[in-house]
Design a protein around this ligand. Structure first.
Ligand SMILES: Nc1nc2c(ncn2[C@@H]2O[C@H](COP(=O)(O)OP(=O)(O)O)[C@@H](O)[C@H]2O)c(=O)[nH]1
Ligand SMILES: [Mg+2]
Ligand SMILES: [Zn+2]
Length: 305
């Protein structure tokens, strides 16, 4: 609960909490952490629950499909099977879920994520994971970063402290890559993904010398090829697709991350280009048919699937 004069007079004690992401002590009036822009309400919710929390961040170039993926992930988790079900637990998450689902229902993709930190939507979802008859609650926290901010941050670390803190804090990281761009547009996507992977390795102090034995494991890295409705070869064998089309990233991951895996995902069963009266082209989903959305997350949190 956020303390206000009204509820203080009702006898509530002020709750002093540390930022769930970077550990900074939050002042009572802070709406966001001054260091990393994590919403204070999120830190309060997590600290009140006191359960295990896992940061999972979702990174990728602009237009890789991050916003659509995160919004639909929330929606699928809310309707998921009992052994892996999640509920959006902040206003930001509900808004993200609503924005994506409503757009897709109207056969549109949601608008682009703005590059200013205070406008990022933070996904916070409490997932209950049941394994071997034991249920564990995991707080899943991931902001929907703008691709441009990620690109600037990996070129010059420190420009967006939020990204730095969250990547360092994340035990699982999803790198989203547009499968059609990977297949059709040469090395650009491969190089960007590799820069991202290098940045992640740097934040976790991991060398890429291929010496993986007896080393701290670092984060689990799921490389997710998005939009695979337009790229069946990525769906058939994501690992082989990565080896063929993103050879630099593939080799870097092999030498750096003990735990990494490749996945393919899509939200649209089919999509097409529509031109308006001015000739401006827009991609629209003909129908929503999510594939491979929860699997990378299940793998990252160690759920057997
Ligand atoms: N065909 C297809 N296109 C998609 C899919 N997901 C996203 N897109 C397209 O990619 C664009 C960018 O998606 P968005 O989630 O906003 O990317 P972000 O910039 O990484 O957040 C959308 O406007 C769609 O045109 C998908 O599953 N299939
Ligand atoms: Mg976005
Ligand atoms: Zn912080």
């Amino acid at each position: 609960m956020i303390t206000t004069p009204a509820n203080l007079s009702k006898g509530y004690q002020p709750v002093i909490v540390d930022c769930v992401c970077c550990g900074r002590r939050l002042a009572e009036r802070d709406e966001y952490c001054m260091d990393c822009q994590t919403p204070a309400s999120l830190s309060q919710t997590v600290s009140m629950r006191g359960s295990e929390n896992q940061f999972v961040s979702v990174l990728g170039a602009s237009n890789a499909g991050k916003t659509v993926y995160l919004g639909l992930l929330l929606d699928i988790l809310s309707k998921g099977p009992e052994d892996f079900r999640g509920m959006a637990s902040s206003a930001f998450s509900v808004e993200l879920q609503e924005q994506v689902v409503t757009a897709l229902e109207h056969r549109m993709f949601p608008e682009k994520t703005p590059a200013e930190a205070d406008a990022w939507k933070w996904l916070h979802c409490q997932i209950s994971v049941t394994q071997k008859k034991e249920t564990m609650e995991v707080d899943l926290i991931s902001p929907d970063f703008a691709g441009e901010a990620i690109a600037m941050e990996i070129n010059q670390a420190g420009l967006y402290p939020a990204i730095q803190h969250i990547v360092a804090k994340s035990t699982g990281i999803l790198i989203l890559c547009d499968s059609m761009r990977v297949r059709d547009e040469g090395s650009g996507e491969d190089l960007f993904a590799m820069k991202l992977a290098t940045y992640i390795a740097g934040r976790h102090g991991l060398a890429s010398d291929g010496k993986l034995k007896n080393r701290h494991p670092g984060p689990s890295i799921a490389i997710v090829f998005t939009k695979c409705d337009g790229c069946p070869e990525a769906t058939q064998d994501p690992t082989q697709f990565a080896a063929n089309n993103t050879p630099r990233l593939f080799e870097f991951c092999r030498r750096t991350f003990i735990r990494h895996a490749f996945f393919a995902a899509s939200v649209a069963g089919n999509s097409g280009l529509l031109a308006d009266s001015t000739g401006l082209q827009m991609r629209i989903p003909f129908h929503v048919e999510p594939r491979g959305i929860v699997q990378p997350l299940q793998w990252v949190v160690g759920h057997n699937c």
